[in-house]
Structure formats: structure tokens, C-alpha cells
Design a protein around this ligand. Sequence first.
Ligand code: GLU
Length: 481
Amino acid sequence: MDRLDYARPLRVRFASAPAATLHVGSARTALFNWLLARRTGGTFVVRIDDLEAAGAQGATGEAILRDLRWLGLDWDEGPERGGAAGPYRQSERAGVYREHAERLLANGAAYERDGAVWFRVPPGTTVVHDAIKGDVAFDHAAIGDFVICKSSGGATYNLAAAVDDATMAIDVVLRGDEHLDDAPRQILLARALGYEPRRYAHAGLVVDAGKHKLSRQHESAGIDGFRRAGYLPDAMVQHLALLGWSPHGANEARTLPELARVFSIERVGGSPSVFDVDRLRAFNARALRALPRDEYRALIAGAMQRTRLLEDPAPDAALRWIDTFIDAFGAEVHTVGEALEEIARLREESVTIPALELERLRSRQVLFFLDAVSQYVDDQPELRDLLLAHDLPQIGAEFGLLKEDALQAVRMALTGTHDGPPLTLLFPLLGHDRIMIRIGAVSSHILHGRGLEPIKYGPGGVPFETIRATPPEPPSNRAGT
Ligand code: GLU
């Protein structure tokens, strides 16, 4: 096929069967078509291929349109928008297909058998000049006559697609590999109907990390699932764009308009590409960090409201809390879903402390120290901006604890882990009550449990040590005596 002329507006289409959500492989196809249309100042047509599903519940293609809109892929002609070549739902085009089938019957290219209409495939070969795959030859003997209208009278996919692509004046049919075998049938049909065949481009399949074709049934492979899990459309678009398309050089195009300036079919590959959730997560983390603070805050507030973690409208104090949360966790989380998990953890009254870590806290001095920290917290009118790096070690020293031990003991009692955001952010995030309750839970667990007697051996019989207190230095230095 000749190189595409990007200086001329191209009419392209995205055709999708109705489904509960746009599968990521289809989303990639939709994106590439959208990019071609926008790059050339052309027209992006959306068509709903609902011949099979017509009449069935939820078969209107609404979910597909919703997912396209979420990705930012607006269409120029199609359902809801209309257009001169409509209607754009195949279920509303029965008359067009019937008329074309009759033309084929009349000119001898088709015949009736057992109530169905069959297309007669003459001997020979059809070469698909594919813009991505190159020339692919199909021996007609392997194709054989095929049904174009079922005995029920309804058109089959191949007739409908060939007729629609021709009557909607589509310049390039860009779609997934799985339809390459359909191309010779659609070309034969177009010729028999007196239409110039379309140009075709079949991009390599989108597979999962295990190299399996991503199943349409696999709900997690749907755009809506990713939306609900808190991914951003920008990150999804970035990942989809790189499924089979490679930018020229070190191109940094990321957003839809940037991608639309540089996209070309010549740089789309025909071999499978991997939809990699980890890569998407990395893009998403970057997209989250790049958000202006008020958008990031609004995103989290919205997600919290949907999961009933926050009232609507959100009080100012809650928005300040979210800001602190973003300071503490904003650079860590990959998705808003992960942020919600962290928030839920912060809201819990108790944490689980790993058994051996709890053992390290099993000492009178540590419990006294934690109790003093609890008292200290109770005394603070405001937990923001406390000088904890100074205050906590100072309290620790009163009980003979080293600075590191003191800080670690507080973090372990409050979070059950060794690392996490600075305590100065964690304190206001947890708030007075939760800090005191969590500390109280540790003391109560130890005192009402086995008591203050430490275990002697850890796993593997290794001698075990609790956090040890060093007795305070005697007031007078008797060195030298
Ligand atoms: N309805 C077909 C699908 O969803 C469209 C294929 C095509 O683009 O021709 O796969």
C-alpha cells in the first residue's frame, strides 16, 4: 500500500460490538484511529456493531461510548452525534444491508441456499496491501463461499462491515490483527458491489504479560475496571499509545494532542504487544504526581466520597487532612485506589504488629515511654508541625531509650511497620484519638497477655533482645576513682 498522505483529512472508524466495557485491545484500536483522524484534521467515526446483540439487554453500546468519552476520544460522527452517513448502529441499518444483498443476488455474485444468502468466491487470490503487515495473499480456495445473510434475514458481520465501510466512505480500516482474515472477504464483497476496496491496516494483537490474547471476558482487561480502580485516563492513553506504536527517537509525546501531532501508521508494528499493568501503574503514578495540587486533592476527595469515607461537601478540615495525606503518601501511591487503601488503614483503630516486633516492645521502659508519648499527644492542641524529632527522643531519654529505639517504637506501635511517611505527617493524619488508642492497644496487649517477661530466643534459636534501656548516667562523674 502506498504511504498514507497525512496532509489529507482521513475518514477513519472505530467499530465495536456492544459490551459491558471497552476492552483494552479495542481501546488501543479506537485510540489509533482517533489519532489518525486528529493528525490529519480528518473525521473519527464511531460505529456500534450490534447485529448479534440487537435487542438484548445492555446491548446499546452505551458502555463503549462512556469508556471512549472517559479516555477523551471524542467522535465526529456516530451514536448521539449523528452525521450524514448514519445511522451508526448496525441494528438500524438492516435496510441498507438487504438492498446490498439484493444487488449481489441480482448480479450473480451471491446465491440463495437453505434460506441463507451466500457469497460466491471465485477461484483466485486476493492480496491485502496492509499498511502494517505488508502484502498478505489469501488463496480463495481457503476462503470458500460464505454466508452474507442468515436465514433469519439478518446480515452477517462481513457484509455489514464491507457495506458500512464503503457507504461511510472510510479511507483506512485500522483494526486489530484478529480481523486480518476478514479483509479479503470484505475486499471481495466491495468489488462485487462496485466499490473501490478500502485501505487496510491491522495492528498486532494486544496480549497480557503471559503472552495470551487478552480475553474479552476478562473484566480486569476493561477500561471501566481501570477507571474504577482509580487510574487516570492520561496514563491509560499513554500506555495504549505504546501498544504497538513506537515514537520516532526520544519522543516525549504523552497527551492526546501531543500524540496526535506525531502519530503515524508507519511506526505501528504487526507483532503482539504486551499490556503490562505494572507499566500502566508507573505511568499512573507519574500522572498523579504531575497533577496540580487542587486536582489531586479533588480526585481523592471524590474517591473518598464515593466510598463513604468523607461527607459531601467536604469540610475544610477534611481538605487540609487530604493535603497532609498527599504530602505523606502522594509520591508513593500508584493509583487513587491505592490511596484509598492507605486512607482506610489510617482510619483503623488498631494495627497488627508482627509478633517479633511486639516482642521488641515488651519491656517496662518501652511501655512507660509509649504511655508518656500518649500523654504528650493528649497535651497538644494541634498535631501539625510538632517538633517530634526533638520531643520524642527527649521523652525516650527519660526512660533510658536511645533516639532510634524511641522513634522506632513509636512508629511500630502506630503503624505496625518500620517505614512510612515522617511521623510529623503521620501524627496529624492519625489524630489524637487514634494515636492514643493504638498506643493503648499495644500496652494492653502486652500487659493483659504474657506480661513483661521477654522471650529469650527468636526464630532459629537466636538469642532475642527487646529494646533495651540504658540506666541514666549517674549525676556525678566518678571516673578516675
Ligand atoms: N465488530 C467488530 C469488532 O468488535 C469490528 C471489527 C472491525 O473493525 O471491522 O471486533
